[in-house]
Write a protein that binds this ligand. Structure first.
Ligand SMILES: Cc1cc2nc3c(=O)[nH]c(=O)nc-3n(C[C@H](O)[C@H](O)[C@H](O)COP(=O)(O)OP(=O)(O)OC[C@H]3O[C@@H](n4cnc5c(N)ncnc54)[C@H](O)[C@@H]3O)c2cc1C
Length: 472
């Protein structure tokens, strides 16, 4: 391994290869502190050509490669296993914005660009890059693409997949696929970029992307709403969509337990409405028209919803600071849960029409089975996607003699209902290592065999992000 280290330094320079334990520490542990891995070193190339050279060298010597972006994966996808003797290939030094083409509504960026930087670069030319999520200050475009990240803008603008026009990828054999096209139409055989969107580092290294930009809304209105129940929240969503159409850009839900947990563990935040109300929605409306007209339409709609008994209260942000404060609460939920206890997390999606049934069936069943468990729910209701957490206090968790058996039982219960309702056990976070057993259980043999065939065709020696995503 000393030889490998020396040859990597020879290829990319000393400062690009990290090998000391304290240097490796932030790269081998995941963001929730649930997985701790090992690696020979971290390599941080500065160009696509350097990535290709590193890949060739590692593959020639059968060294596993762990692609890594911002390391914000919530399913253990971005860190190696304990005992792994491979290389972490970090894109963090590839942060150039290569081109912004405002007339074409597109931007070409290197994979290591942090999502928030890309959002800002779009605004600088009067455009909008719509993918937005709690980790946007540290997750990278390459990681977003490799996980097909969702977030809060999916309702209006789609997942990352819908916002990728072209890709540049270093394939597992070290060749560079140059697919950085900025076209909306191009029916010339298989659309290969889709193979790499959501590939979770199994099929090569994404080194750059051309992304779709959108018009920049000049007016944004955020509203904090308190529907009387989850059923009322779903009905309200339909009403807002019918009335405001694509101007509705986000419809985020959380239950009282999630809001209270966030207020308790993330000091300095204030709920716009009584936090004891059972459900809370953060809705955002965006448009290029005048704010006064939009505000009137929204307020009329909310007034009717209150009269009809769907909403018990509502608050429309009256300035940018109030709007930002609402979003801060929404973006703090993951950190708050981490502080509050040990959560058994689920990132599920069901058809929107089945969301209420899911909540009514799963919450009470878990409460009956595990005394003291707290059901904490937050999610992108407009997409049918809930982050559903069975939260235990640290004391309760430590008292379990077999915590893995608890996780398995909770998963079985939740995913069983999800499957009955025609849903998915991973809506946007991906599979990583966390959901390998569910892949085996819920994906058909036909799907798994196809995935194995594709993986084997590109990475016959199984060196890229080994033993993740596809169960053997
Ligand atoms: C607070 C918080 C909020 C979050 N909210 C959301 C949310 O709303 N929606 C959502 O979808 N996710 C969310 N996430 C999860 C996470 O941020 C996303 O999955 C994100 O897209 C990961 O990007 P990353 O750069 O951190 O990738 P990493 O975590 O580094 O890697 C993720 C996967 O992509 C692979 N990968 C990374 N870069 C490359 C590359 N250049 N080429 C090939 N493979 C690569 C890795 O091997 C790994 O399998 C959240 C996470 C946190 C901590």
């Amino acid at each position: 391994m000393k030889e490998l280290f020396k040859d990597l330094v020879h290829l990319v320079g000393e400062s690009a290869v990290l090998g000391e334990a304290q240097e490796l520490a932030p790269y081998v542990a995941d963001v929730r502190g649930r997985y701790q891995g090992d690696a020979v070193c971290v390599v941080r190339p500065r160009s696509t050509e350097e990535v290709a050279q590193v890949v060739k060298l590692c593959v020639d010597r059968s060294v596993p490669i762990q692609p890594q972006g911002g390391n914000t994966s919530l399913c253990g996808g971005s860190v190696p296993y304990a005992g792994e003797r491979g290389v972490i290939l970090s894109l963090s030094r590839m942060r150039r914005i290569r081109e912004v083409d405002a007339a074409n509504n597109s931007i070409t960026v290197e994979a290591g660009c942090v999502l928030a930087e890309v959002q800002r670069a779009a605004v600088d030319v009067g455009r909008f890059y719509p993918v937005s999520l709690g980790a946007e200050g540290s997750c990278q475009i390459g990681g977003n693409i490799a996980t097909n990240a969702g977030g809060t803008g999916v309702l209006r603008y789609g997942n990352t997949r819908e916002n990728v026009l072209g890709l540049e990828v270093v394939l597992p054999n070290g060749t560079i696929w140059q697919g950085l096209r900025a076209l909306r139409k191009n029916n010339t055989g298989f659309d290969l970029k889709h193979l790499f969107v959501g590939s979770e580092g199994l099929l090569g290294i994404i080194t750059a992307a051309t992304l779709r930009l959108h018009p920049l809304n000049t007016c944004h209105l955020a509203a904090w709403l308190a529907p009387v129940s989850i059923d009322a929240a779903v009905e309200l969503l339909g009403r807002v969509q019918s009335s405001l159409g694509p101007r509705l850009t986000a419809f985020e839900a959380m239950n009282a337990a999630q809001l209270q947990t966030t207020l308790q563990h993330m000091p300095g935040q204030q709920s716009p409405l009584d936090p004891a109300l059972p459900w809370h929605i953060l809705a955002e409306i965006g448009d290029a028209s005048d704010e006064a007209g939009l505000r009137t339409s929204l307020e009329n709609l909310l007034q009717t919803a209150i009269s009809d008994g769907l909403l018990s209260d509502a608050a429309v942000a009256s300035n940018e600071a109030q709007r930002a404060a609402m979003w801060t609460i929404r973006h703090s939920v993951t950190e708050a849960i981490k502080k509050a206890g040990r959560g058994v997390n689920h990132d599920i999606a069901v058809p929107v029409s089945k969301i209420a049934e899911f909540v009514h069936r799963v919450g009470p069943a878990l409460e009956q089975r595990f005394a003291g468990v707290q059901i904490v729910i937050v999610g992108h209701l407009g997409d049918g996607n809930l982050h559903f957490v069975a939260l235990f206090t640290h004391e309760a968790w430590n008292a379990f003699s077999d915590p893995q058996a608890v996780i398995d039982e909770v998963h079985r219960l939740v995913y069983g209902v999800v499957a009955e309702l025609g849903g998915t056990f991973s809506a946007e976070h991906g599979i990583g290592r966390y959901l390998l057993a569910e892949m085996r259980q819920y994906k058909s043999e036909v799907e798994l065999a196809l995935m194995r065939t594709i993986k084997h065709a590109l990475d016959p020696r199984g060196l890229f992000n080994p033993e993740k995503v596809i169960p053997q």
